[in-house]
Design a protein around this ligand. Structure first.
Ligand code: TXA
Ligand code: MG
Length: 326
């Protein structure tokens, strides 16, 4: 199907991908159409070996080689200078191309069998939470694509880290499965795109996808940040007085302080990777149950907590309730 120019969704270790032949313009057009994706948001090209990479770029920067050696195959996407072989619609006209070698055995087997690099965004309709289970893909794309390979639940549950390695200093454009702390081990100088942390809406992120209100549930959502006692106080107040159906997404530690009903569990506060793994599934559950408001507990921005918080803030459209510091 991939060789015919059709769309096939497949599991990866981060989230499910919606794949098409990366070298076929018409196949790529189908991706944008099935997802309802804005055409200025470029795609990630998935490869199974290094010789596929060599055809897609003008050069592999030394910075990129270092990261490939340590973190490929895995949840790290590298932005590199693109070659002429890659169609404009894949890169949305940029001079760079984003490439990733996934570690999921089914993903690698699919790319190998097709014998082609596979362009694949997350396999959700644009604006919906990313799919971490086969049923999420069916929910969003059944009838719109040729095939779905259903595997097990995604291991990470958040997307790959997007790292720009075209400059002197590597820069994180999207936090993800390979954490900043892990990247610091090979690049003491790594930086984070300042637009990711800025509240100034006019600052343009370098990864076009970061400007959209992504991952959004239908409910009105807010993220709670502060001490456990502050989060408990706000959540109790909300559960008592809010109109409409709502839920609190809380760690074990916070959930213990709250009534049993309308509190959904994100796992231990010490393990943001559990919360990251559950977040998108819980947001979809909110839609399915017609939840009208969501309060999500904020985590520390450490390790996978950084990716978790990036996705939570986006889902909430930037709405954060913060404890005032005395
Ligand atoms: O984990 C993942 O990365 C998943 C799985 C399927 O591999 N894919 C994924 O794709 O998350 P998508 O399309 O949902 O997100 C791709 C991100 C977008 O934010 C896009 O703007 C950015 O990568 N991107 C793609 N090409 C880029 C480029 N040349 N420069 C900067 N950012 C780029
Ligand atoms: Mg996506």
């Amino acid at each position: 199907m991939i060789r015919n120019g059709s769309l096939v969704a497949f599991p990866t270790e981060t989230v499910y991908g919606l794949g098409a032949n990366a070298l076929n313009t018409e196949a790529i057009a189908k991706i944008y159409q099935a997802k309802g994706r804005p055409s200025d948001n470029p795609l990630i090209v998935h490869v199974a070996n290094l010789s596929m990479v060599e055809e897609l770029v003008t050069e592999i920067p030394p910075l990129a080689r270092k990261a490939m050696k340590r973190f490929w195959p895995g949840p790290l996407t590298l932005v590199m200078p693109r070659s002429k072989k890659i169609p404009d619609c894949v890169t949305a006209g940029l001079e760079t191309v984003a490439i990733r070698m996934p570690s999921h055995p089914v993903a690698i087997a699919l790319i190998d069998a097709a014998g082609l690099p596979i362009a694949a965004p997350s396999a959700n309709r644009s604006g919906r939470p990313s799919p971490t289970k086969g049923e999420h893909v069916v929910e969003d794309l059944d009838g719109l694509i040729a095939g779905i390979i259903i595997g097990v639940e995604s291991q990470f549950g958040v997307e790959s880290t997007v790292l720009d390695v075209t400059g002197k200093v590597p820069e994180i454009l999207r936090p993800g499965g390979v954490t900043r702390e892990m990247l610091l081990e090979i690049y003491p100088e790594v930086r984070v795109d300042p637009a990711l942390e800025s509240v100034d809406a006019n600052r343009k992120p370098k990864s076009p996808g970061q400007k959209y209100r992504h991952y959004a549930p239908k409910a009105k959502m807010a993220v709670l940040q502060g001490s456990l006692s502050f989060k408990k106080e706000v959540a109790l107040e909300r559960l008592k007085h809010s109109q409409g159906r709502g839920v609190v997404l809380a760690s074990d530690e916070l959930a213990r302080e709250l009534p049993d009903v309308d509190v959904w569990n994100l796992g231990s506060y010490a393990h943001p990777e559990i919360a990251a793994n559950r977040l998108f599934d819980l947001l979809r559950m909110c839609d399915a149950r017609k939840i009208e408001w969501i309060l999500a507990e904020g985590y520390k921005e450490e390790g996978l907590g950084a990716a978790l918080m990036n996705r939570m803030r986006k889902a909430a459209g930037g709405h954060v309730i913060k404890e005032e510091k005395q």
